[in-house]
Design a protein around this ligand. Sequence first.
Ligand code: PLP
Length: 370
Amino acid sequence: MREDFLLLNPGPVPLAREVRTAMSEPMVSHRSAEFESVYERAQNSLDYIFERSSLDGTKTTSGGTSLVFNGTATMAMEAAVANLAGEGDEVVTVVNGKFGRRFKRIADRYANVTPVEFDWGHPVEPEAVAEAVSDDTKVVTMVHNETSTGLLNPVAEVGEIAEEHDAYFVVDGVTSLGGDEFLVDEWNVDVAVTDAQKCLAAPPGTSAMYATPRAQEAFDGEKAPFYEDLDWHLRKAESHQTPFTSAVPLFRGLAVAVENIEEEGMQERISRHRSQSRAFRAAFMAMGLSMFPEKNDESEYSNTLTAISLPAGVRENPDAFFDAVTDRSVSISGGQAHLGGEIFRVSNMGNLSSEQILRGVRAIGEAFHE
Ligand code: PLP
């Protein structure tokens, strides 16, 4: 792979050189003091990210615990649901894209699920969620930034509904945490999950969770899959270990990546992601393209992932378009599931520079004219 090959897929994203270097250091035992210090560094910087993801720099929460798992965010999503809800419990899941649907499919395995579904790309209507949530609801799940459509969902409104009914609120912040605002306390979030290879700009293979004290009290690890027993993970995390063998190189890469985020500062990072996604939207609209879907309000656009409708001519042979982008050493993504062949998606997650954003725009613009 060329050193300057530019990944603009919604994860994995390009890694800083020092992250790559950290992964190639000599192996250590996952029960050694060296490893414990790696996990502790990762936890400290993750605490910073979970607690400071606000545009104005104010503290968004405190007192919770950051955990890192061997396994991607899908596992963290499952762990959150399976430790909070079991047989006979009521879960309301909000679905308006592929990852909302994933939460539903996970919850279906553990509890009684009431889905509140919208077409992919249709904004979540909080009134419909309010109708579905009752005092019997144990857990509400939702995706903040729906990566399959580029929609930013109204987590604050849904969190208010969950709180009114004393339900636990589990939020997928996979493509927002580390790149956009995420207000744990203000949005009444009990458990937030994220992935390493998205806005954290770490290698794929681990995921992270922030569990508030309220969520921790409610966890029942015995009813979760053995590997995902969060009571056990929390106990081991006190001494900066994981219950099972840790993916040592991946933890090392993650520790350096999240330390880099702390160094940049979340306020700065959120502003950068917002201005880069605005730049993508402006450039694509200037090319005469339409966003997918056309949003009513600028605040509904994701600040980390831009979804654009493929023009009619390109839909006849989308592969030629994607190949022409790749020929320019840039990689972007198509639509997922039924959106395949209808849209393309471009990420600005991680540590991209303005030059890289411009390179992406140029490669895509040229590919349309090839
Ligand atoms: N949630 C969201 C919003 C995502 O974008 C993704 C992956 O793209 C996931 C969950 C699942 O992540 P993974 O496949 O790494 O488990």
